[in-house]
Design a protein around this ligand. Sequence first.
Ligand SMILES: N[C@@H](CCC(=O)N[C@@H](CS)C(=O)NCC(=O)O)C(=O)O
Length: 202
Amino acid sequence: MYQLYSFPYSPHSRRVVSLLEQAGIAYENHMVPMMEGGHMTDEYLRINPNHQVPTLIDGAIRIHESNAILRYLCVRHELADWYPVSGEGFALVEQWLDWNQCQLAKLMVDIVLNRVFLGEHGNLQAADAAEELIRPKFDVMEDHLNGRAFFAGSKPTIADLSLASNMFQLNFAQLMPQTPNILRWYQTIAELPGFQKSLPQV
Ligand SMILES: N[C@@H](CCC(=O)N[C@@H](CS)C(=O)NCC(=O)O)C(=O)O
């Protein structure tokens, strides 16, 4: 059975849990106690030398990088709805998976980490600068979703799970964009049972 190392407040873990749950794939979840430095222990560094979650173990195969894990699972389980194998759907999934990592993730982390999770140690200037830079990214998302139910076609894909896992995090900083296309799309993804199961249980 798959062994997943994750943390409930981690957006990168969230997308993997969402897919595993949505696809009904059996796994054992090992919560890495990041608040207590569980990701920095020798034991965990042997699992992931980047001291990051998520990591997935499949027998002798160990894989980190959340979007790579999503692709790996889809190919291994032939989840063509979640990861179309050709055509525009394939192109758009690849595009948005990378866009999420390269254009959105760092700005979101700079805001939420500095304003929320680091408390009095947060760098508020860095958060303000990131907020300035993230707004045009929201415009790109809003425009793309015009006339589209999802980022890569008429069904949700791993691109949606990946993006929504980051967008959820913005709620902690009260920064979820209130524009109609993003809101409609986010609401649909947020209602998926697998996505619900990936959220921190408070
Ligand atoms: N590019 C990685 C990023 C993973 C990541 O940043 N994980 C965070 C939690 S959301 C983490 O473990 N941070 C601890 C650290 O970097 O020391 C991925 O997509 O999996």
